[in-house]
Design a protein around this ligand. Sequence first.
Ligand SMILES: [Zn+2]
Length: 325
Amino acid sequence: MQTWMKRSLGVAAGVVVLLAGLATGLSAMDAPLPVPTQNLPDLGASLPPASPPSGLGFSVLKTSESQGVFEALEVGGGSWLRYRHPAHVSVLVRHPKVTFLFDTGLGRQVDQQFAANTFMDRLSFAYRNVAPAVDQLAKAGWAPDRIKLIVPSHMHWDHVSALPDFPDAEVLISPTEREHARHGHAPAFLASQFAGVQHWRELSFKPGAYLGFDRSLDLFGDGAVVLVPLVGHTAGQVGMFLNLPSGQRYFFTGDTTWTIEGLQKPADRSWALRQVVHVDHDEATNQAAIVHVHRIMQRFPQLTVVPAHDENVVKTLPHFPQFQE
Ligand SMILES: [Zn+2]
């Protein structure tokens, strides 16, 4: 072998060893979150009662997906060999009293909205295959005004982009989340998405405890749709329990984690990513929320937990126009 060839091979091997060492070193910062053994919220012995009305069902509208990210960055302990494409979804809930969306996913105006970002942020948060909820609904003959209410899990750009597509809908949000969004800035919050909202409705929780959350909001008084505070990722993020007539139960957990693995382990987003991007409003509070959801999953394995962006979980759910009842 010629000397230059040997030298090139040596350099290449060195780079591989260096990268592998770096990946191992970074992953070492990502030990699972400790689960305390005392002073934890009481989850109760059984799932709370619910009397869901017949006709209640839900359907997922996948509106886009991320260009991709290494799983090891998305979740501590994830693989550097798996490349993930987080989904941007809206969840359509058809309740006999109101048909509403939990999150909107990306909307018709996302390109204009997204232009407010810097070049680097446009690269980091790049998306593809946009199919706005309003267009998917229209294909099935649904006019936008059939959506009477929108409940964002939180007001980050990828959850409220389609608010302008449903101008008649009420938007149910806590004053805290709305205030933080109003004072927020790109890339997390994009004012153009919510500046034109006509019908805000104030979300306020009631004192009733629900699966260890000290407050909750039973949206229709039948235990079918129950919102709980899942604060940490943002100042006012909410989670949604959905209890169907079939007995199937779901818990939509917003961006507490980006993957189901994060809740199973439990693990935060990777340490390395959290050094570079300011992802959470309050990291410690969000980690407590991760542990809380983890405990709920362990106690009640019959509950299907859905992190907003986990494409692997999302693909197991019914997609519009199919409904799960
Ligand atoms: Zn998100």
